[in-house]
Design a protein around this ligand. Structure first.
Ligand SMILES: [Zn+2]
Length: 215
């Protein structure tokens, strides 16, 4: 363990504490004063260190309910005895917190999607390969759409966008998500963060096209 790095993180915590606990009516006093959390949005983002949803949206504590995993994927709805961490978070956000939005936040240069798209040796072992196979239909769509594309960066970028659509499709397989969407209590959005250009793109779920968000 790097003590220097841990020390740096603790200095960061001191700054955080000064910001959120030091004022007369600090935010955390309000957030913890006899009420549960009331975030309006669930973001499902990637574990990548460069794409923290709270940082890139300048969100305050209490605003976002967040799940992060490799390649920001949503598995299909499955019951059974396994340990469904992402599904548990989706259930809690929709059924208990009654969030109004779910955002799938994909991003450029995603290592998880690279593992899915550029797997020259056909590895299937390991947790990452197994996990990203959730989006194998996205890979198949990209390869069918761009059969002559040889550029790996381009293939990965297409895969990053298509896999967002897979996750949205899988969200619809959760009965409580589908019910909330049908009752207009919940919106699903796909957003792509281009961390090279500093831009966000939004997915049109019907057409599958992504367009720049002007902010
Ligand atoms: Zn990623």
């Amino acid at each position: 363990m790097s003590k220097k790095e841990i020390f740096r993180l603790m200095i960061g915590f001191r700054k955080f504490r000064e910001k959120y606990f030091a004022n007369e009516h600090p935010l955390y006093q309000r957030l913890t004063n006899g009420t549960a959390q009331t975030p309006k949005t669930l973001i499902i983002g990637c574990s990548d260190s460069r794409v923290d949803p709270a940082i890139i949206t300048s969100a305050s504590p209490g605003e976002l309910f967040i799940v992060r995993n490799v390649a920001n994927l949503v598995p299909p709805y499955e019951t059974g005895g396994q340990f469904h961490g992402v599904s548990a978070a989706i259930e809690f956000a929709v059924v208990n917190l009654k969030v109004e939005n779910i955002i799938i936040l994909g991003h450029r240069q995603c290592g998880g999607i690279r593992a899915l798209m550029i797997n020259h040796l056909g590895h299937t072992e390991g947790f990452v390969n197994q996990w990203v196979s959730i989006a194998k239909d996205a890979k198949a769509r990209v390869l069918a759409k761009y059969p002559d594309e040889k550029d790996e960066e381009a293939l990965c970028r297409h895969g990053e966008l298509e896999s967002i659509l897979t996750s949205i499709k899988n969200l619809h397989t959760f009965p409580f998500v589908e019910e909330a969407v049908k009752n207009n209590q919940l919106s699903l959005m796909g957003i792509y963060f281009d961390l090279e250009l500093g831009q966000l793109m939004e997915c049109d779920e019907r057409s599958g096209e992504f367009k720049n968000i002007e902010v």
